[in-house]
Design a protein around this ligand. Structure first.
Ligand SMILES: Nc1ncnc2c1ncn2[C@@H]1O[C@H](COP(=O)(O)OP(=O)(O)OP(=O)(O)O)[C@@H](O)[C@H]1O
Ligand SMILES: [Mg+2]
Length: 237
């Protein structure tokens, strides 16, 4: 059996001056798995993703991604690790308005020679890789690609954010409620495209959402309230 992609053990986390938010005995995500994580607003989903990305450090516990214990790395080694192995679709997308659509997508390759190398293994240029990913996610109109990201619809921005997370085939793609602004049909269509691109790149997907109707599309669904021993009992139900 290959080791899991993510293995969390006995992780505690509290924001400064606040009571303990997370107390997770164990959480595992296997390579290639597509997992749906749900939980009410404020329950700590984005915080947990920050821990998995090595942006936040736990009070104690072990967070192993690809057999590397993130809390034991230096801050710069954690940044490097994240750039190499994690694609992140942020809740608010975080696209950079002063970069073109294609430059936004290729940005991770500026920070990670590893992902740059992987992107160039099957493409003549990073631009070609970016436009291929965007087309795979349903954004192929050249006129759209010339616009500033601020002039794109929410659904179009979401596709740009997804392509940026996928470029260079990181082992882990984390999506923080990226579909909340879309209608039901668009949400499912986007997910199917996202799955196809994750599969092509061999990326596992951890997808956070309030929208339980998307659950059946995933290999596995988890409720943060059930996982988290620090959750108020009402959240478990
Ligand atoms: N940067 C921060 N500093 C201090 N407290 C924070 C910070 N970010 C989040 N929190 C607190 O931690 C708790 C969990 O927040 P988090 O953003 O993880 O929830 P969430 O489950 O992602 O919610 P949502 O579904 O609304 O996105 C909340 O009580 C929030 O106020
Ligand atoms: Mg959140």
């Amino acid at each position: 059996m290959p080791s899991p992609l993510i293995q969390l053990d006995d992780v505690h986390f509290a924001w400064p001056g606040q009571p303990r938010l997370l107390d997770i005995a164990s959480f595992t995500l296997d390579r290639g798995e597509r997992v749906f994580l749900k939980g009410p607003s404020g329950s700590g989903k984005t915080t947990l993703l920050g821990l998995l990305g090595g942006v936040l450090l736990p009070g104690n516990g072990s967070i192993r991604v690809l057999e590397t214990d993130l809390p034991s790395l230096s801050a710069s080694a954690r940044d490097r690790f994240r750039a190499d192995h994690t694609g992140y679709i942020f809740q608010m997308f975080n696209l950079l308005p002063y970069l073109s659509v294609v430059e936004n997508v290729t940005l991770p390759c500026r920070f990670s020679p590893l992902r740059r190398g992987r992107a160039l293994a099957h493409n003549d240029s990073l631009e070609q890789c970016a436009t291929g990913l965007l087309a795979g996610l349903g954004l192929s109109d050249p006129a759209l690609l010339r616009r500033s990201v601020n002039e794109l619809s929410i659904g179009q921005q979401q596709r740009v954010a997804a392509a940026r997370a996928l470029i260079g085939s990181p082992e882990l793609v984390i999506a923080d409620e990226p579909t909340s602004a879309l209608d039901a049909d668009s949400r499912e269509a986007f997910l199917r495209l996202l799955f196809a691109e994750c599969e092509r790149g061999g990326s596992s997907l951890l997808f956070v959402s309030h929208d339980s109707s998307l659950e059946p599309l995933f290999d596995r669904a988890l409720s943060l309230g059930e996982l988290n021993r620090a959750a108020p009992t009402a959240e478990v139900l």
